[in-house]
Every structure is written in structure tokens, then in C-alpha cells.
Write a protein that binds this ligand. Sequence first.
Ligand code: ADP
Ligand code: NI
Length: 196
Amino acid sequence: MEKEKQLKSIREYVKNIFQDDATGHDYFHMKRVAKVAKLIAEKENADSFVTEAAGLLHDVGDHKLFNNPSAVLDEMYLFLKSIHVQDDDIEKIKIAMKDVSFSKGNVPVTLEGKIVQDADRIDAIGAIGIARTFAFGGAKGQLIYHDAHNESTSIQHFHDKLLKLKELIHTTTAKKMANERHAFMEAFLKEFHREW
Ligand code: ADP
Ligand code: NI
């Protein structure tokens, strides 16, 4: 029960931080990642509280999104302490969050970290992934597609990153979800080019 209350506070905290984001890192991304991460954690026998909390918090202090990441993270640790999350759980959350981002190219060390990374990747593919890609592209002012070159378009991003993600998934549970979402993206791209 205590942990349920803490998760509720963490949700509020994350909502305040990300509510105005227009680059695909909005609060609902955090909510979806946490939900998928929790589901995977239950199937893979990982620590469900740590995984869900780290899923909610995984983009806090991301260097792309914050000017002063270490100050943002220090504030987050103080917040977790203030709602009485145990020190060893804070430590586990910290470790699970550390290596999540694709751009850093790191493999998380703990099962909980691997699961949060899987959930973040799951949210980058499939129908949601397609929507986020064009939202991000729009926010950056980039073209949907260009048929003469393949630089910096949202369609190119599928080839640069999204179609590669399914091979980088760690857990069996997430792999199944990733395969379905991958197939959906391939069908989308096929139809996109047919209509183009
Ligand atoms: P993460 O922080 O999880 O590593 P990113 O910040 O790279 O992810 O991406 C956030 C969202 O924006 C994802 O859905 C991703 O596919 C999309 N995105 C990132 N870079 C591009 C790009 N160059 N063009 C279109 N979408 C992008
Ligand atoms: Ni994310």
C-alpha cells in the first residue's frame, strides 16, 4: 500500500516535469513505458516497484531534454527521499534509469534496467512509435519524406533507428511485443510508399 502511494506521488512528480513536452517525451510516454515495464517485470520476475518507478522516471535528467541534468537528478533523489522511498530502492531505481537511452548505446546491468530499456524501445515502435516519429519530425521542422535524398526525414528515421530496435530487445516478453509492432511498422511503410 505504501508503495502504491509512492507510485502515485511519482506519477504526479513526472506529470509536472513533462506536461509541456512536444517532442514525444510527454507525460503519457512516461505512463506507457511504466505500464509496459510493469507488465514485463511481472512476467520476468523482476522487482515490480523499482521497474515501474524507473519507467516513470526514465527520462528525468536526459541530457537532450534538460540543461542541467545532474541538478535535475539530485532534485529527483531528494524527492524520492521525501516520500520515504527506501535508500536501497532509490539506488536500484538510479541504476535502472542510468543506461536506458538508445543514443548512449549502453546495455543496462540489472534486469530492471533492461526491462525499462525494452519498454522505452517498445514505445518507439508500432502505431505509437509511428505517431511519435512524425510528432518529433514536425516539432523539429523536418520533412515527412523526400524521394530524391534520404537525409533527415521522418521516414528515414525508421531505417536509421526504429526498424533496428527489435533486434536490441533483452527480454522474451518484450521480444514478442516488439515483433508484432515491427510487423505493423513494415506494413505501414509499405502502404506509405504505395500511396506516395
Ligand atoms: P530516447 O530518448 O528514448 O533515446 P529519442 O529522444 O531519440 O529517444 O526519441 C524520442 C522519440 O522521437 C522517439 O519516438 C523517436 O523515434 C523520435 N525521434 C528521435 N529522433 C528522430 C528523428 N530524427 N526523426 C523523427 N523522429 C525521431
Ligand atoms: Ni523515453
